[in-house]
Design a protein around this ligand. Structure first.
Ligand code: NAD
Length: 421
C-alpha cells in the first residue's frame, strides 16, 4: 500500500489561506484579494563578506514589502539559517495586518539573511550587516521602509544599520530603523515591548474568559527576546510559569520555574537544560502538549499543526510568535473550541513601540518609559476590545475578527487611493 504524503504547509501558504478565508467572509472584490495575496516588492540579494580567516563567503538576503497603502512599510529583520523567501513573504504580509489591526500608519515588510548569527564573530556579523544594509538600502528610508529586530537580530545590529545608512547620506538618520540602543535614538521600553504587549493581551483575554491570571499555569515555547520577557512579566503578574524552552529543548516544574534565575542563566550564555535548579527536561513537542491554562508559542512558525493540535491541552493559546499555528492546525483548535489570541494582535507590542520610537526620532523628543508603557497598554487593549467586539457581533473567533478589522482598514486605504494609473 502506498502512503500519501502531503508537504507541510509553508508559512506563506498559511498566510494566504488566512487572507482568503477572511476575504471570502467579507465578500471582498477578487481583484483586491489578488492585490493583497501578493507582496508588492521582493528584493533578493547575494553579497560577499570577508571572513576572519581571509576567505570570502557569499550570503543571501531578502527584503519584501507587502503593502504600503497605509504608509511607509515596517517590519523586522531575521537572521536564521532556515530563513527563506517564502517565510519572509508570509512575515511581510502579517506585518501589514498587524500594523492595521492596531491602527498604526504603516504597511508591512520583512527582511532576512540566511545565516546562523551564532556561527559568526562580532566582526563578521558587523560586516555582514553593513553590506546587507547597503544592498537593501535602495528600499530603505524613514519615510519608505523602516526595519526593526526580529529573530537573531538585536539593538546592536540596528545600530550598525542606522550608521551604515547615515554614512551613505552624509548625516545621521535615526528614524531609518527602530529597536536601536537608547543612546542613538532608541525608545525606552522597546526591548521588552513585544513581551509586554503579550502580557497586556493575556490580561485582557483572562478578564474576558473569567480566568484569574494569578495562579494560572503557563507554558512558553522560546526564551528569547519575546518568550523570555513574556515569561518574566507573566511570572511577575502572578502566573505560574511551569515550562519554557529554547531551540535545544525545555525545562518543566509543576511547582513553577524560577524564571528570573533562568533568565540570568541564559544571559550568561547557558542552555536552559543545564540550569542547576530542580526541574525535568522536556522536548519542545512535549511542552506544546502540557495540560496548562495558557500556552504561549514564542519561537518560530508552524509549531501547532494538524497533527499535534488534537493533543493541545491548553484552554488558551497566546500567539507571541509570528505564525506559530498552521491554517490546518488552527482549524482543529477551532473545532476543539480552544481560545486563541492571534499573532497579529498578541505580538503587536513590538511594532507599537517601534512606532513610538520612530515618532520620537522624527520629533527629536523622547519619552519616559512609563509613558511608553501606558501608551502601549492603551493601544493594544483598545485593539483587543475592538477585535473582541467584532468577534461577538459576527460570531467569529479572534483570529478572523482581527483579520476583518485589519483587512477593512487596508482595503479602505486602497479604495481611497485608487488603482494607479
Ligand atoms: P529570539 O531570537 O530572541 O528568540 C527566539 C527563541 O526561540 C530562542 O529562545 C530560540 O532558542 C527559540 N527557538 C528557535 N528555534 C526554535 C525551535 N525550532 N524550537 C523551539 N524554540 C526555538 O527571537 P524573538 O525576537 O524572541 O522572536 C520570537 C518570535 O516572536 C518570532 O516568531 C518573531 O517573529 C516574533 N516576534 C518578535 C518581535 C520582536 O520584537 N523581537 C516582535 C513580534 C514578533
Amino acid at each position: 500500500m502506498t502512503e500519501t504524503l502531503t508537504a507541510p504547509e509553508s508559512a506563506f501558504e498559511t498566510a494566504q489561506a488566512q487572507l482568503r478565508k477572511v476575504a471570502d467572509l467579507l465578500s471582498l472584490d477578487p481583484g483586491l484579494t489578488e492585490i493583497l495575496a501578493h507582496p508588492r516588492r521582493e528584493l533578493t540579494v547575494h553579497f560577499p563578506v570577508r571572513m576572519d580567516d581571509g576567505q570570502t563567503r557569499v550570503f543571501t538576503g531578502y527584503r519584501v514589502q507587502h503593502n504600503d497603502a497605509r504608509g511607509p512599510v515596517k517590519g523586522g529583520l531575521r537572521y536564521s539559517a532556515r530563513v527563506s523567501l517564502d517565510e519572509v513573504r508570509a512575515l511581510a504580509m502579517w506585518m501589514t495586518w498587524k500594523c492595521a489591526v492596531v491602527n498604526l500608519p504603516y504597511g508591512g515588510a520583512k527582511g532576512g539573511v540566511v545565516v546562523d548569527p551564532r556561527s559568526l564573530s562580532e566582526g563578521e556579523l558587523e560586516r555582514l550587516t553593513r553590506r546587507y544594509a547597503t544592498e537593501i538600502s535602495i528600499l530603505l528610508g524613514p519615510d519608505r521602509d523602516i526595519p526593526a529586530p526580529d529573530m537573531g537580530t538585536d539593538a546592536r545590529i540596528m545600530a550598525w544599520i542606522m550608521d551604515t545608512y547615515s554614512m551613505h547620506h552624509g548625516h545621521s538618520v535615526p528614524g531609518v530603523v527602530t529597536g536601536k540602543p537608547a543612546g542613538i535614538g532608541g525608545s525606552r521600553g522597546r526591548v521588552e515591548a513585544t513581551g509586554r504587549g503579550a502580557l497586556y493581551v493575556t490580561q485582557e483575554a483572562c478578564r474576558q474568559r473569567g480566568l484569574d491570571l494569578r495562579g494560572a499555569t503557563v507554558a512558553i515555547q522560546g526564551f528569547g527576546n519575546v518568550g523570555g520577557v513574556a515569561a518574566r512579566l507573566l511570572s511577575q503578574a502572578g502566573a505560574r510559569v511551569v515550562a519554557v524552552s529554547d531551540s535545544r529543548g525545555g525545562v518543566y516544574s509543576d511547582a513553577g520555574l524560577d524564571v528570573e534565575s533562568l533568565h540570568a542563566h541564559r544571559v550568561a550564555g547557558g542552555l536552559l537544560a543545564e540550569h542547576p535548579l530542580a526541574h525535568e527536561d522536556i522536548t519542545n513537542a512535549e511542552l506544546l502538549e502540557l495540560p496548562v491554562d495558557i500556552l504561549v508559542p514564542a519561537a518560530i512558525e508552524g509549531q501547532v499543526t494538524e497533527s499535534n493540535a488534537p493533543r493541545i491541552r491548553a484552554g488558551m493559546v497566546v500567539e507571541a510568535a509570528n505564525g506559530p499555528t498552521t491554517a490546518a492546525g488552527d482549524a482543529v483548535l477551532a473545532e476543539r473550541d480552544v481560545y486563541v489570541v492571534p499573532d497579529i494582535l498578541a505580538n503587536a507590542g513590538g511594532v507599537i513601540v517601534s512606532y513610538f520610537e520612530w515618532v520620537q526620532d522624527l520629533q527629536s523628543f523622547f519619552w519616559e518609559e512609563s509613558e511608553v508603557n501606558q501608551r502601549l497598554q492603551r493601544i493594544i487593549s483598545a485593539a483587543f476590545a475592538e477585535v473582541s467586539a467584532v468577534a461577538q457581533q459576527r460570531g467569529l473567533r479572534l483570529r478572523e475578527a482581527a483579520y476583518v478589522v485589519a483587512l477593512q482598514r487596508v482595503v479602505e486605504a486602497i479604495r481611497l487611493r485608487g488603482i494607479y494609473p
